[in-house]
Write a protein of this length. Structure first.
Length: 67
């Protein structure tokens, strides 16, 4: 697998984590009634958001690939 394809899949994973975080934060704020489950969902969502952001920064700052 070429470096370009690998970076593409890594960036898609980062976008997927951010999309999951968006949906999970929405559910934890507005749909889930149990306090314990709200907290757990929010923690997982924010961790996914942070990891997704780090992945996006990595992809952007590693620059273009050759070929």
């Amino acid at each position: 697998m070429s470096e370009s394809m690998l970076k593409m899949w890594i960036s898609i994973a980062g976008m997927g984590l951010m999309a999951f975080a968006m949906i999970a934060i929405y559910f934890s704020r507005y749909k889930i009634k149990l306090k314990f489950l709200k907290v757990i969902t929010a923690i997982i969502a924010y961790l996914c958001l942070i990891i997704g952001g780090i992945i996006m920064v990595f992809v952007v700052f590693t620059g273009p690939t050759g070929n």
